[in-house]
Design a protein around this ligand. Structure first.
Ligand code: SF4
Length: 376
């Protein structure tokens, strides 16, 4: 199985925290779409016949595209890559872009999953984050999606924003769960260099949330989602039974994927490629039949370390049998030995032949993952 990702690198403006590659000049939209369609044909053999189980249109802001343009991208994917019978097809949307009829069009072309970039229900916080929508637009957009019959609906929230309290997060969660959403991605704010928040931090105008508050927020998040019947299947992701994101899970399970578009990454288990993060250069290169990508061959140690880091983030954990079969006994024993003290401290548990983080372990997951990395 494999996944296909299409990156739409356009935004109306930049959010204060975001370091994804996108541009605000929409004049290249048409040329970019043609280039994406061409890249799909140039890369048609990349997945070596493995069927695509998931197609994900992300960004940037995919909802800036007219539905017929989105449909032409999906057609290009279907023409160039074999898909399973019922692929998961996700489109990321921003609430301020949605017109009447938008979701109906997506449904007709086979889109079966919507991911809403809501981030918060508090208008003041939305403005601080540099978002362009408000809570009224979020409510309207969600209503339109459910009215159209979408069941697989995900909401993105951000917590740990400076000034935000645990009660604020509780309120955001309550307002989200007032809708029949089936998936939640909740990310703690990280202040990245090169963003508006990064510059504010350097100038001493932004103080990050203290650790105690962050830990309380993470605990609240887990508890509320559990009460709502959601499965905590990855550090930042929660889903109702049957609605775990197949696309995101494939990244964590090291399933091959292909990324089309500027800055998109591809992975075929042996190497990783990443396209140039420049819309103009991308369009020009694809126009002359070249894929503007850099490539890194992945050695055994790198693939193993990536496996440890990604699988430990999930409820499935590290599969020790997989390690022994796909790597070797030495790495298997290395993990078993090292995990011993985390198990004693209650940060990790061994369930059958897997190593899984406990709720306490999830709070310091980055530290644990760093210590498990090896240069064996
Ligand atoms: S968060 Fe989304 S909408 Fe905001 S700048 Fe980044 S990609 Fe664009």
């Amino acid at each position: 199985m494999a996944g296909v990702y299409i990156h739409i690198p356009f935004c109306k403006s930049f959010c204060s925290y975001c370091d994804f590659y996108s541009i605000t000049d929409n004049s290249l939209k048409e040329a970019l779409v043609q280039a994406l369609i061409r890249e799909a044909s140039l890369r048609a053999s990349y997945l070596e016949g493995e069927p695509a189980e998931t197609i994900y249109i992300g960004g940037g802001t995919p909802s800036l595209l007219d539905p017929d343009v989105t449909e032409s991208l999906l057609l290009a994917v279907r023409e160039n890559f074999r898909a399973v019978d019922n692929p998961e097809i996700t489109v990321e949307v921003n609430p301020d872009d949605i017109s009447e009829g938008y979701f109906g069009s997506l449904k007709q072309m086979g889109v079966n999953r919507i991911s809403f970039g809501l981030q918060s229900w508090n208008d003041k916080r939305l403005r601080y984050l540099g978002r362009r929508h408000d809570a009224v637009q979020s409510a309207r957009a969600l209503d339109l999606a459910f009215r159209e019959g979408f069941e697989n609906v995900s909401v993105d929230l951000i917590f740990g924003v400076p000034g935000m309290t645990v009660a604020d997060l509780k309120s955001d969660l309550e307002k989200t769960f007032a809708y029949p959403v089936t998936h939640l991605s909740a990310y703690h704010l990280t202040v990245e260099e090169g963003t508006k928040f990064g510059r504010m931090k350097k100038q001493g105008k932004l103080t990050e949330t203290d650790e105690e508050t962050s830990v309380s927020m993470f605990a609240l998040l887990g508890n509320v989602c559990r009460e709502q019947g959601f499965i905590h299947y990855e550090i930042s992701n929660f889903a109702k039974e049957g609605f775990i994101s197949r696309h995101n899970s494939s990244y964590w399970k090291q399933v091959p994927y292909i990324g089309l578009g500027p800055s998109a990454h591809s992975f075929d288990r042996r190497s990783r490629q990443w396209n140039v993060s420049d819309v103009k250069k991308y369009i020009k290169a694809i126009g002359s039949g070249e894929i503007p990508a850099r490539r890194e061959e992945l050695d055994r140690r790198t693939v193993f370390n990536e496996y440890v880091m990604t699988s430990l983030r999930t409820m499935w954990g590290i599969d020790l049998q997989h390690v022994e079969e796909h790597y070797d006994k030495e790495l298997h024993d290395y993990l078993v030995n090292l995990s011993g003290r985390y198990i004693r401290y209650g940060l990790m548990k061994r369930k059958r032949n897997t190593l899984i983080l406990t709720d306490q372990g999830k709070m310091i997951s980055d530290n644990i993952m760093r210590e498990l990395l090896t240069d064996l």
